[in-house]
Design a protein around this ligand. Structure first.
Ligand SMILES: Cc1ncc(COP(=O)(O)O)c(C=O)c1O
Length: 502
């Protein structure tokens, strides 16, 4: 529950300074508390407390900074300024209630106004049964990250340095260290990370690149865009990742590189892939778009092959507020080439050695990524815990004959998606979950070898049975760090009702 405290309720809580005060509910993480920036001078003056005391008192609350537009609207309202501003922010930010000593002041406004006592009662009462779970609610984490993001982005806006520059470099250094690589190069998207990595590997017309047919389009799309040919090798039916045995059969004199995809956040079986690459002189480009923080035998995704490609698409475990991506590498030569390719192949500026593109990352996206990186480990562990909870709930409810669970074959799986196999009734189950207001998704309904745009590659239905089966029978369930045990119970119970009846 998201709560906006007005200045009066905070003054009272600060004066009482007993642990039953509402703010302690935020400290115990029983609700997410906000305070509007404009309430702080009122709080200082009204309570007579020192700045230091107010600072420590506010520690578990996030500060909501009104925009000039919010202020303008509130100044134009017939309600007193503070009331109008709180009401405006509650609506704009999807906050559940305002806590105030005077709820009557909000009468006539579309605001749920509670006294501190009423909030306490609400939180002490048994929570209403769950009847809705979204696949992903990106804004749910704003309470945790927004002030950090605002700090970073305000620095950039004030500096006017918007593209590449010091903030991108700082993010790259931190990300390289997080991924256990020497270098990281921020780029414009995960798709562009793949494209630039293939360019750096020298892939071009006439070359072949082996990859999985069961992945997001960009993996193979970037190969074709360079005039090269994707050659597909089928997946392992348990991990949904490319099977090294199948890769070996695809290697020809034209093969230049392999792109294993660490699908859903679990690494592909990299050792045999790296051995094949070494034996045949091939580059390995890891599609780690879904696998930030994932590990294979204690080595990080993105540090295993020649280059690792990451996506900062907002729905990823580490997502920006827009598009962004990154390439990691341990090779100095590739690093230098990637940096040149990112700026149209120029070195120095306006002197073009090779043909590159505009693959630059915006500083504002680097800021969001840097701010969120501080929370990534905590979120990843929560995802992993949620995955274990699902596994247990499915086992306890005798669902395992109906539901294939996603095992962690190579720790550590970071569960960008929690994907179950549910057999031939997948589409029906999806409809049933949606009817019960449960978000779920099919990643991916059509394997790449059967996509219309790849017809010229000459593949046909039946060529990759495991990929085709996965595309027809799997379903991704809500797994983000914000998903609660109660929500998971609701989801598993609904799936149980689907298979076993009411
Ligand atoms: C496996 C995989 N590769 C590549 C990409 C492309 O990343 P982006 O959307 O940032 O371009 C994605 C994004 O969904 C992905 O999941």
């Amino acid at each position: 529950m998201q709560i906006l405290f007005d200045a009066g309720s905070l003054i009272q809580a600060l004066e009482k300074s007993d642990d039953s005060a509402v703010v302690s509910l935020c400290r115990q993480e029983r609700c997410k508390g906000w305070v509007v920036a404009t309430s702080i001078p009122v709080l200082l003056e009204g309570s007579g407390a020192s700045k230091k005391n107010v600072q420590s008192f506010l520690q578990n609350l996030a500060v909501l900074t009104p925009t000039a537009h919010d202020i303008d609207l509130s100044l134009g309202s017939e309600y007193p300024f503070e009331i109008a501003l709180l009401a405006c922010l509650v609506e704009a930010c999807g906050i559940d209630a305002v806590v105030t000593l005077n709820p009557e002041k909000f009468s006539g406004l579309p605001v749920n106004a509670l006294t501190p006592g009423q909030l306490q009662e609400k939180l002490d009462a048994p929570s209403p049964p769950v009847n809705e779970v979204r696949l992903l609610d990106i804004t749910a984490s704003y309470h945790q990250i927004l002030n950090e993001v605002e700090k970073e982005t305000a620095e950039t806006i004030r500096s006017g340095y918007f593209i590449l520059g010091p903030k991108v470099s700082r993010m790259e250094e931190r990300m390289a260290s997080y991924c256990q690589t020497k270098y990281a190069v921020g780029v414009s998207s995960g798709t562009d990370a793949l494209l630039i990595a293939l360019m750096a590997a020298g892939v071009g017309p006439g070359d072949e690149v082996i990859t999985s047919p069961y992945t997001f389009f960009a993996t193979a799309g970037s190969i074709i865009r360079l005039g090269a040919q994707p050659v597909f090798a089928d997946i392992n039916d348990i991990t949904f990742n490319i099977k090294p045995e199948h890769i070996e059969r695809c290697i020809t004199p034209k093969t230049k590189a392999i792109i294993p995809v660490h699908l859903y956040g679990q690494c592909a079986d990299m050792d045999p892939i790296l051995q094949l690459a070494e034996k045949n002189g091939l580059r390995v480009i890891e599609d780690s778009a879904q696998a930030i923080g994932s590990e294979y035998k204690s080595r990080s995704a993105g540090s295993l092959g020649d280059m690792g490609c990451f996506s900062f698409f907002p729905a990823k475990n580490l997502g920006g507020f827009g598009d962004g991506g990154m390439v990691t590498t341990n090779c100095e030569e590739l690093y230098q080439k990637l940096k040149i390719l990112r700026v149209h192949g120029s070195d120095p500026k306006y002197y073009h050695k090779i043909i590159g593109g505009n693959f630059r990352l915006d500083a504002l996206q680097a800021d969001v990524v840097s701010a969120k990186l501080n929370f990534l480990e905590d979120w990843t562990e929560k995802r992993r815990k949620n995955a274990q909870t699902y596994n247990q709930l499915f086992k306890d409810s005798a669902m395992t004959p109906f539901v294939q669970l996603p095992p962690e074959v190579f720790p550590r799986h970071v569960y960008n998606q929690y994907v179950i196999g549910v057999g031939n009734r997948r589409d029906e189950l999806r409809g049933f979950l949606n009817e019960n207001r449960i978000g779920c998704e099919i990643y991916y309904p059509v394997p790449l070898h059967l996509q219309d745009c790849f017809k010229s590659l000459g593949y046909k239905s039946g060529d990759f049975p495991e990929s085709e089966k996965a595309a027809g029978q799997t379903l991704a369930l809500p797994i983000s760090h914000e998903v609660s045990r109660e929500q998971q119970e609701y989801i598993v119970n609904t799936i149980q009702r689907f298979f076993l009846g009411e």
